[in-house]
Design a protein around this ligand. Structure first.
Ligand SMILES: *[C@@H]1O[C@H](CO)[C@@H](O)[C@H](O)[C@H]1NC(C)=O
Ligand SMILES: *[C@@H]1O[C@H](CO)[C@@H](O)[C@H](O)[C@H]1NC(C)=O
Ligand SMILES: *[C@@H]1O[C@H](CO)[C@@H](O)[C@H](O)[C@H]1NC(C)=O
Ligand SMILES: *[C@@H]1O[C@H](CO)[C@@H](O)[C@H](O)[C@H]1NC(C)=O
Ligand SMILES: *[C@@H]1O[C@H](CO)[C@@H](O)[C@H](O)[C@H]1NC(C)=O
Ligand SMILES: *[C@@H]1O[C@H](CO)[C@@H](O)[C@H](O)[C@H]1NC(C)=O
Length: 931
């Protein structure tokens, strides 16, 4: 029996071998078909007109070997008929990201000699803004034409309408115009048409397109077209159109007037990122074949209409980021729904158990709503196919038995802000292959279970356990893991800092009890690392010196630990570094001069150490064109403040307080452009955005934020400034040994909000035009040897909330104004010759208002309420701004979400900045897309 079986296998094998040989022979024979001489010449002429990047044409050679001479059918991208030898396809798509493309500003008309060409793909190349050549219309046999994203511009040639065999046409992502789409009328076979990123000015664009009798797929993403009148659509609806993509086309609510007349056979409708207001119309229920409906990112409101339950084919319902309200729909029960995205709406009530009946559901995202109540096993009863579960940012609490074994094996688990504690949710243990786990802010106060670490699959990309009370240690991560982001900050983790995998971009361990040295980070080369935050732990030893291995680092925060020794000179190799926090350690020695290489730096905070030496002359604007925040606070720096520092024209916060600086204050403070101009805000935005690679669904693009902060003396207290840091414009030179006058240039710092020069040995008068510093909220000049009278201008600083002039040699009468008199007497104490309210009245003082003019600086314009927001104004309204930058590769698209998600999550947000970000990222995206 066994023998017999064996024999069979051998026979099968032989038969297979023979078949294989025959096949091979056949293939060999077909490859021998030689290309037509004339067509070879045509191809060579085509090649001659183009520059080849990355070897597109490397195989396009004429060998001298007799037999090989005509083998142009083997050239890259050339395909011939295996019977006639004619070239039937020329497929030369470029790829910019691989630096593999063709460049030229003319396509040779020699292509016309390829009479049998059926398929032409020149997408992704660079044709330098040239027009699409008219002769293309003479390639009568073409069935597929792809010129996507190849930098063509100008008017789409009408001649394309002559290619009557055309079945697919993609001319998207170029800079094309179309005034008239009448030429489409001849293309009776066209089934797929992509005109995305095109400027269409034909008022009858939609009728002209819908007349195409075979059209099945129409893509018009990011296109511009004239407003459409529903009446003009009568009798022109398409019988065949199945896919309609109108993403990001600025459509408004009138869309619904015509949408339902476009085609009765629609299966997929993409309408996200438009301006559609109002309710979701019941008319969707008439589209019987609808499978995919994306209405995300509009302004829809009201409830999800019950009529949608008639859509028995519906599989994907994407309604994220609207203003929809009401409770979650019960009616979905009957659907074969696979994807339900309701993120970022106003849904209320509980998560209905009926959702747990959707046995085909793979993707469930109800995050960022106002859902309440308990989540139990019954919510997941039949969800055996679920892959993505996002319940984050509601008010949901989990009540799930520790023995529960769910039927699903999730890929994405996002339970941020869900009450899943106090114990660590044990069911997570049954999830073997997740790539995303977010349990931040989940009220977990137990020890981290050991299985969590051993369970992590190699594919896990994102782990967020931050803002809990989780204790325990974290073992080293295997270097093979694919992590992009690990955040365990704000917990009670202890033990040594674990090794993390080199793929990681983001590593946040701050606000824990990690201890010991971190020298082991030098054992791995972290080339991808962008954010390293180990602040507020108990780390000791020297700061390691292996930074050239982390050349992508943008943010480094080692503050509030017990690091000792010198600042390593290797930090100078971090050319991308934007933010350097080494505050509150035991660092000593001088600033390494290599730091001047870090020309991307915006913020240096090295306060609260024992650093010595002078401020180096290389701290100049030429080295640090973007520097906005500089804090040397609380060190042992000495010498004079070099005037070079004034060339940091973007500076908003200069804190040199509590050092041993001596000499005079440089005269050049009026060079600080950002402090002079009250409207400049050097805001950036730190947000590291990236996207989960497997899910090309907008609601899963996750944005990681990093909010920069500084410790400052603000209104008399040392405070950590986070949210409004970019608005804070501050100069603090207090607690040094500075002498001489307060330079007159200070008065030109019209944007300055806080000025502290206290506890020095400054002499001379107060500036008479101090009233020009109209944004000033805090002024502390106490404990100097200032003399003379208090200028009346001081009384005009409307925003002044903190004033301290105590312990000087000021004389005369305190100018009268409701403001100055409202300060405590202690603000003026210790000036023996000063009088008037709130101190004792001056001798012979009367209620004569003219006396107050003696200090007059009459040239000053009084302006109140010019619309500039003060810090306290902004604070009052809870408005905040986040410092930083955006970066990311494919993640850029994800950063479009920044505005929404941040607004809904941690911080309220200043819309102006939000829009700036939106514009910037959109532009960036469009650029990436088009270029
Ligand atoms: C020609 O060759 C291709 C690919 O080798 C093959 O798929 C096709 O069936 C062949 N056509 C004919 C007519 O032999
Ligand atoms: C370009 O090449 C990259 C890297 O090989 C690849 O990931 C990407 O999909 C390619 N793009 C296109 C449009 O083919
Ligand atoms: C297209 O080509 C023009 C002309 O060479 C050039 O200025 C432009 O930058 C190119 N556009 C893109 C998106 O590459
Ligand atoms: C589209 O083209 C017209 C000219 O035909 C021009 O006036 C208009 O500004 C363009 N629109 C966009 C969005 O580029
Ligand atoms: C639409 O078609 C019907 C019947 O074919 C015809 O009576 C009617 O006039 C047409 N309407 C328009 C606006 O062309
Ligand atoms: C939805 O919520 C937003 C933010 O809380 C609120 O401004 C808006 O008025 C709400 N809309 C409705 C229809 O309840």
């Amino acid at each position: 029996m066994i023998e017999h079986h064996k024999g069979n296998i051998i026979i099968n094998f032989l038969v297979a071998l023979v078949l294989l040989c025959m096949k091979y022979d056949f293939a060999f024979a077909s490859a021998k078909v030689t290309c037509i001489e004339k067509e070879r010449e045509a191809l060579l002429t085509f090649k001659k007109g183009l520059i080849d990047h990355g070897g597109v044409f490397s195989s396009w050679r004429i060998e001298n070997v007799e037999n090989m001479k005509n083998e142009c059918c083997k050239w890259n991208g050339v395909f011939c008929s295996n019977t006639t030898g004619h070239v039937t396809a020329l497929l030369l798509p470029g790829n910019w990201s691989r630096d593999y493309y063709l460049e030229g500003n003319k396509i040779s008309s020699s292509l016309l000699d390829l009479h049998h060409l059926e398929n032409l793909d020149l997408s992704g190349n660079e044709f330098g803004g040239t027009k699409i050549p008219k002769f293309i219309g003479s390639l009568k046999n073409l069935r597929h034409l792809n010129l996507r994203q190849s930098n063509f511009s100008g008017i789409i040639p009408l001649q394309i309408g002559n290619i009557i065999n055309l079945q697919t046409l993609d001319i998207s992502s170029n800079d094309l115009l179309s005034e008239n789409l009448n030429w489409l009328s001849h293309l009776s076979l066209l089934s797929r048409f992509d005109l995305s990123y095109c400027n269409i000015s034909d008022p009858n664009w939609l009728q002209n397109i819908l007349k195409l009798p075979s059209l099945q797929e129409l893509y018009l993403q990011y296109s511009y077209f004239p407003e459409f009148k529903s009446t003009s659509l009568i009798n022109s609806s398409s019988k065949s159109l199945s896919i309609l993509d109108l993403t990001s086309t600025e459509l408004d609510s009138s869309t619904f007037d015509w949408l339902f007349n476009v085609s009765t056979s629609l299966t997929k409708i993409y309408l996200s990122n438009n301006r559609i207001k109002g309710q979701i119309p019941d008319a969707f229920a008439k589209l019987n074949f609808l499978e995919y409906l994306d209405l995300s990112r509009n302004m829809l409101e009201g409830e999800i209409p019950k009529s949608l339950k008639n859509l028995s084919h519906l599989q994907n319902l994407l309604l994220a980021y609207n203003n929809l309200s009401g409770t979650l729909p019960e009616m979905m029960k009957s659907f074969g729904l696979r994807q339900l995205s309701l993120r970022g709406n106003n849904f209320t009530g509980s998560v209905p158990e009926s959702l747990g009946q959707l046995s085909k559901l793979e993707f469930l995202d109800v995050s960022f709503n106002y859902l309440k109540g308990i989540i139990s096993e019954s919510n997941f009863k039949k969800l055996g196919n679920l892959k993505v579960l996002d319940l984050s940012f509601n008010s949901l609490a989990f009540n799930i038995s520790p023995d529960w074994i769910p039927d699903f094996d999730l890929d994405v688990i996002n339970l941020a802000r869900c009450e899943t504690g106090p114990g660590f949710p044990t069911w997570i243990r049954t999830q073997r292959s997740f790539s995303w786990l977010d349990l931040s802010n989940a009220g977990i106060s137990s020890k981290v279970p050991k299985w969590l670490w051993s369970n992590l699959s190699p594919g896990v990309q994102y782990l967020n356990l931050s803002h809990n009370q989780i204790s325990g240690t974290i073992p080293d991560f295997s270097p093979e893991m694919m992590f992009v982001s690990i955040d365990v900050s704000y917990n009670k983790f202890s033990g040594p800092v674990p090794l993390f995998p080199p793929s990681n971009w983001i590593f946040q361990l701050s606000q824990n009890m990690f201890s010991g040295p971190i020298s082991s980070i030098c054992d791995v080369s972290y080339g991808a690392l962008a954010l390293l935050d180990l602040s507020s732990n108990r780390l000791t030893g020297e700061i390691p010196n292996c930074w050239e291995q982390m050349s992508s680092l943008h943010i480094l925060n080692l503050g509030n630990n017990s690091f000792s020794g010198a600042i390593p000179h290797g930090l100078g190799s971090l050319l991308q570094l934007e933010t350097l926090h080494l505050r509150d350690n035991n660092l000593s020695g001088k600033l390494p001069s290599t730091l001047q290489n870090c020309s991307s730096l915006r913020m240096i905070d090295i306060g609260g150490n024992r650093l010595t030496g002078k401020i180096p002359g290389w701290i100049v604007g030429a080295n640090f064109p973007d520097m906005t925040h500089l804090s040397f606070r609380g060190n042992r720096f000495r010498g004079s403040i070099p005037s070079e520092i004034c060339s940091l024209t973007q500076i908003q916060m200069l804190d040199l307080s509590r050092n041993n600086f001596s000499g005079k204050i440089p005269q050049c403070f009026d060079n600080f452009g950002s402090l002079v101009d009250k409207s400049t805000i050097n805001s950036g935005m730190i947000g590291i955005s990236f996207q989960l690679t497997d899910y090309n669904v907008s609601s899963l693009n996750i944005v990681k934020d990093y909010i920069d902060y500084a410790l400052v003396q603000w209104k008399g207290q040392e405070l950590e400034y986070r949210r409004t840091l970019t608005l804070l414009k501050l100069v603090d030179l207090s607690g040094n040994r500075l002498v001489g006058d307060i330079p007159g240039s200070f008065s030109s710092l019209k944007g300055l909000i806080s000025l502290n020069l206290s506890r020095n040995s400054l002499t001379g008068n107060l500036n008479h035009d101090i009233g020009q510093m109209e944004m000033l909220e805090c002024l502390d000049l106490s404990s100097n040897r200032l003399s003379g009278t208090i200028p009346i201008g001081l009384a005009r600083l409307h925003y002044l909330a903190v004033l301290d002039l105590a312990n000087n040699d000021l004389t005369g009468k305190i100018p009268s104004s409701t403001q100055l008199q409202s300060f405590n007497a202690s603000a003026f104490a210790g000036n023996s010759e000063l009088c008037g309210l709130p101190l004792t009245l001056c001798p012979g003082d009367g209620p004569d208002p003219s006396t107050s003019n003696q200090f007059g600086d009459s040239d000053e314009e009084k302006d109140d309420g010019d619309g500039i927001l003060t810090l306290s104004f902004l604070k009052e309204f809870g408005i905040s701004i986040i410092v930083g930058f955006i970066f990311g590769f494919w993640g850029v698209v994800g950063s479009l979400l920044v505005k929404e998600s941040w607004r809904r999550t941690y911080f309220s947000f200043w819309d102006g900045i939000g829009n700036w970000l939106y514009v910037r990222t959109t532009v960036l995206w469009t650029k990436l897309w088009i270029s």
